[in-house]
Design a protein around this ligand. Structure first.
Ligand code: AMP
Ligand code: GLY
Length: 423
């Protein structure tokens, strides 16, 4: 098969690595890819937002299957366009991608189909939004309705903070059209965990559990980021809680989307909070998590490509995935300044030494080559993933590998996996 992967981050490097390893993948392209992905795939200079360019390329190169990594092209309808041209593609239609593209849509679906989530209301006017915040009190969560590059959520500890977030979105238009409408919801208490599943329109095939570390600082403190590390499995998601989340959240959401005339195909990612009343949904994403994907795929023993094909063709019913019983830990190395403006262009050395351990895999999230030199080119730059018999062992192995990396402009958290270690 000739496969085209869309995207350029660490998630896509992990996907490229898994797809390139498939016996049924004869040729892999990636648009636009990065310098790590270039070791697995032929990179093509096409932006994920260039939907027509991607369709033309897929036709010209006789692509048999397109795998879409990031959410933005899904929300704008890349899969619809490809399928309309007869090119099979993995990922939801634009209508189904509203689960991530509009938080209000996702919340209304939960309300209509009795899917457990925080009580909420939707607002377009600041006065009404402020009144609601004053009535509910803090802590409270203010969310831009649309895609805001992971920056649209404010967990406000005070009413003033919530009102400032409302004004920034509705009056100052900080998130542009994505923030022209808000969802304001009750703050939920509990541990956060990600549950991802492959979905074929009707059937749900859960992946192994994973937990992400969203805050920039050790101990889960400081600013929110795209994710500073992840590990799998997540021991806090016990088999009973996982079953509850599948039965009460994932399956009902998939059935609801079919009922609404927008059957969901692709990866459905439920961000959950394990409250004292059971798992509750905080958000849906319609693609693999980043960096959860990098922690998950090295544990996947089955071939990924047939599973993605089965999700696209509606054949997941009897599909099984085999997982390595070992745990994985993925530590993100980011450029200083992240999640604000990152330092770009610093040289990275020592990757070959760091990757010498066969149980360590390094994915590139934001690098570029300049001749023989490897340079940092983004906020999140490298993902160091290690396997181990326990999360602690995987953690030690990942940090040992990081010790060999020479990149003065980079930093990482020193405690990825801490919530699981010692359980
Ligand atoms: P998001 O940008 O949608 O991934 O949300 C960012 C973070 O906000 C999540 O990872 C949670 O930590 C937090 N969050 C979102 N909604 C809630 C909620 N209702 N209660 C508590 N925390 C939340
Ligand atoms: N790791 C969180 C996300 O992919 O949205």
């Amino acid at each position: 098969m000739r496969v085209l992967l869309i995207g350029s981050g660490g998630r896509e490097h992990a996907l490229a690595w898994a797809l390139a390893g498939s016996p049924i993948c004869d040729k892999l392209f990636c648009a636009p890819g990065n310098s790590g992905i270039a070791e697995e795939a032929e990179c093509v200079e096409l932006a994920p937002s260039d939907l027509l360019g991607i369709v033309q390329f897929a036709k010209r190169e006789a692509i048999d299957f397109v795998v879409v990594g990031p959410e933005a092209p899904l929300v704008t309808g890349l899969v619809d366009l490809l399928e309309a041209e007869g090119i099979p593609a993995f990922g939801p239609s634009a209508k189904a991608a509203r689960l991530e593209g509009s938080k209000g849509f996702a919340k209304d679906l939960c309300a209509k189909y009795d899917i457990p989530t925080a009580p909420y209301r939707r607002f377009s006017y600041a006065d009404a939004a402020r009144d609601y915040v004053r009535i509910l009190g803090a802590p409270i969560v203010v969310k831009a309705d649309g895609l805001a590059a992971g920056k649209g959520v404010t967990v406000a500890m005070t009413v003033e903070e919530a009102c400032a977030a409302i004004d920034a979105a509705l009056l100052e238009r900080r998130f542009g059209a994505a923030g022209a409408e808000l969802v304001i919801e009750q703050h939920l208490e509990g541990e956060e965990v990600s549950l991802l599943a492959l979905v074929d329109g009707a059937h749900v095939l859960p992946l192994a559990s994973a937990q992400d570390h969203k805050r920039v600082g050790d101990g889960d403190t400081g600013a929110n980021t795209g994710g500073m590390g992840a590990y799998s499995p997540a021991p806090c998601l016990t088999p009973a809680l996982e079953a509850e989340a599948i039965e009460r959240i994932l399956r009902p959401a998939v059935a609801a989307m079919a009922q609404e005339g927008a059957p969901f195909k692709g990866v459905l990612y439920a961000g959950l909070i394990l409250t004292k009343d059971g798992p509750k949904l905080i958000e849906f994403n319609v693609r693999f998590g980043d960096p959860e994907c990098q922690a998950l795929l090295p544990r996947l023993k089955s071939d990924l490509l047939p599973a993605l094909l089965a999700a696209r063709s509606g054949d997941l019913k009897d599909f099984n995935l085999r997982w390595d019983t070992r745990a994985s830990v993925c530590v993100v190395m980011a450029a200083k300044g992240y999640p604000g403006e990152p330092l770009r262009g610093g040289e990275i050395k020592g990757l070959a030494a760091a990757a010498r351990d066969p149980l360590v895999k390094i994915f590139h999230a934001g690098t570029r080559r300049d001749g023989d030199r490897l340079l940092a080119d983004g906020g999140r730059v490298l993902d160091i993933v290690a396997l181990g018999d326990t999360i602690r062992e995987a953690q030690h192995r990942a940090y040992y590998a990081i010790g060999a990396i020479d990149w003065p402009d980079g930093f990482c958290r020193s405690d990825i996996g801490w919530r699981a270690v010692g359980r």
